[in-house]
Ligand binder design. Structure first.
Ligand SMILES: [Zn+2]
Length: 471
């Protein structure tokens, strides 16, 4: 449901706005009339040549936009909030709602894009990343702030971020993004209980009464079935369910993970032993032929799960995901970077969607992004990959980076779609995509363009300053 304000007519043929309100609105300098080349969202709102009447918030730490009205230019010209207002022309720009990112690691942003050596493999890559992080020694707070800035620069307003440390979660919570920060927990065998106890202490210390209404909440992520024991999954799931939040996790990311969980052999097994993580007790629960999802399925029943990757899924895995009501946070650029589609075959996200599973896109960390996209951290680039590679329709692609992400993060989906023509709504964000020189209908132009989605307030900042100077 979209929120409707009483004083704004939703039927434009009937102007029942009180005269006082109309004059007040006309004099309000924070209200802008924007003419754009088009607008589209995931629910079928789709028009070329649109106008939007927007009230921009001046507070730097809120990411919401009051959309007084949006619609085809000819229809909106009669709207009381549009009449007599100087338009701002964005002739090549398409308006889209604020975006979601269902899986990110903002605290790795300072590492920047890095190459992947397919011959050395995933396990060697993890070792390289840990080493690079130690060498750079960038403060966590700086890395997370950089990640937040790059998210905003890519039109992302809501995030499911994995926080490697309590400090990372704290910075995220104090920032402008909404969504959930998932405090990450590892722990196999003898370490599992003490690691969980420490995480629980942090989680409890970060929670206060009234948090359920906070724009950004803190939950927990058991890292993956090969690095967090079933006891840790049990404890984390119970805690999250008690607080009415989802957990996040990495499921079914690599062939090495499948081999280790099912057979207790292979490069992941050797890596864990080398790190001293996989003691005899830790290894007991592996090697029984289960897929990673089957391995922890019972532990997470009754808790919402945001499962990152799921690069490979058996039919039974897909049944389990559907029964759990899980969200799959598919990270297309990350999967392509690690060549998972050549190892596993194409990702089954469309089978999952057809089965009623909520699929939302995530960026994963900036490490696996092409350098030319590293000025931002945005799921629009992942959606574009699916549109170009798989022919996913622009509207379906937009759903994966707006309403499906909102559903995963427990946010109001109506803040990520446009209201009916002329109606009033409060959105989580309003972006512009400069599609100059790109042909097609508005949604196709958004998917074919290579420019980032940019918050309207960023786009207009210079012009608004110029306007203020003239006055
Ligand atoms: Zn991840």
């Amino acid at each position: 449901m979209h929120m409707l304000w009483g004083s704004i007519p939703t039927d434009l043929t009937q102007d029942n706005t009180r005269g006082d309100d109309r004059h007040e609105m006309r004099d309000d300098k924070s209200i802008l009339l924007v003419h754009a080349a088009g607008a589209c969202d995931a629910t079928g709102f789709h028009h070329a040549d649109v106008s939007a009447v927007v009230r921009l918030s001046t507070s730097p730490n809120t990411s919401h936009v009051e959309l007084i009205a949006i619609g085809p230019r000819a229809e909106l010209a009669a709207h009381p909030a549009a009449i007599g207002r100087d338009p701002i022309d964005l002739p090549h720009c398409i308006l889209i709602p604020g975006l979601t990112n269902a899986h990110a690691h903002l605290d790795l942003t300072h590492l920047g894009p890095r190459p992947f050596d397919a011959d050395a493999g995933f396990v060697a890559w993890i070792g390289g990343i840990l080493k690079a992080r130690d060498e750079l020694a960038t403060p966590v707070a700086d890395a997370v702030r950089l990640g937040i800035a790059k998210s905003q620069a890519g039109g992302v307003v809501a995030i499911g971020d994995i926080s490697g440390t309590p400090e990372a979660a704290q910075i995220l919570r104090d920032g402008p993004l909404r969504g959930i920060g998932f405090l990450e927990v590892f722990g196999l065998g003898d370490r599992a209980a003490s690691n969980w106890a420490r995480t629980l202490e942090t989680l409890e210390s970060m929670h206060a009464p009234g948090d359920e209404d906070a724009p950004l909440r803190i939950s927990v992520q058991p890292h993956a079935p090969y690095s967090a024991s079933r006891d840790v999954y049990d404890d984390a799931s119970s805690w999250a369910a008690t607080h009415a939040m989802p957990i996040a996790t990495h499921w079914s990311e690599t062939p090495a993970e499948f081999e280790f969980v099912a057979q207790r052999t292979g490069p992941m097994c050797n890596f864990l032993k080398r790190l001293g993580i996989a003691d005899a007790r830790a290894l007991e629960e592996f090697g029984h032929g289960a897929t990673p999802i089957e391995h922890v399925e019972e532990c997470v029943r009754g808790t919402r799960v945001i499962a990152a990757h799921v690069n490979h899924a058996t039919d039974n895995d897909i049944d389990i995901l559907a029964q759990l009501g899980a969200t799959v946070a598919y990270c297309p650029r990350a999967s392509a970077y690690f060549h998972h589609d050549t190892m596993f075959g194409p990702h089954r996200y469309r089978d999952m969607l057809a089965r009623g599973i909520n699929v939302a896109l995530g960026t994963d960390s900036i490490i696996c992004h092409p350098a030319e996209q590293a000025d931002r951290l945005s799921t629009l680039d992942d959606a574009r990959l699916l549109h170009a590679r798989d022919g996913l329709s622009p509207q379906e692609a937009l759903a994966l980076i707006t309403i499906n992400g909102a559903r995963a993060l427990g946010l109001d989906e109506s803040a990520f779609v446009f209201p009916h023509t002329g109606a009033h709504a409060t959105l989580a964000g309003l972006n512009v995509v400069d599609a100059n020189g790109v042909q097609g209908d508005p949604a196709t132009r958004v998917m074919r363009a290579t420019t980032p989605a940019e918050p309207l307030e960023f786009r207009l900042a210079q012009r608004l300053d110029a306007r203020a100077a003239v006055r």
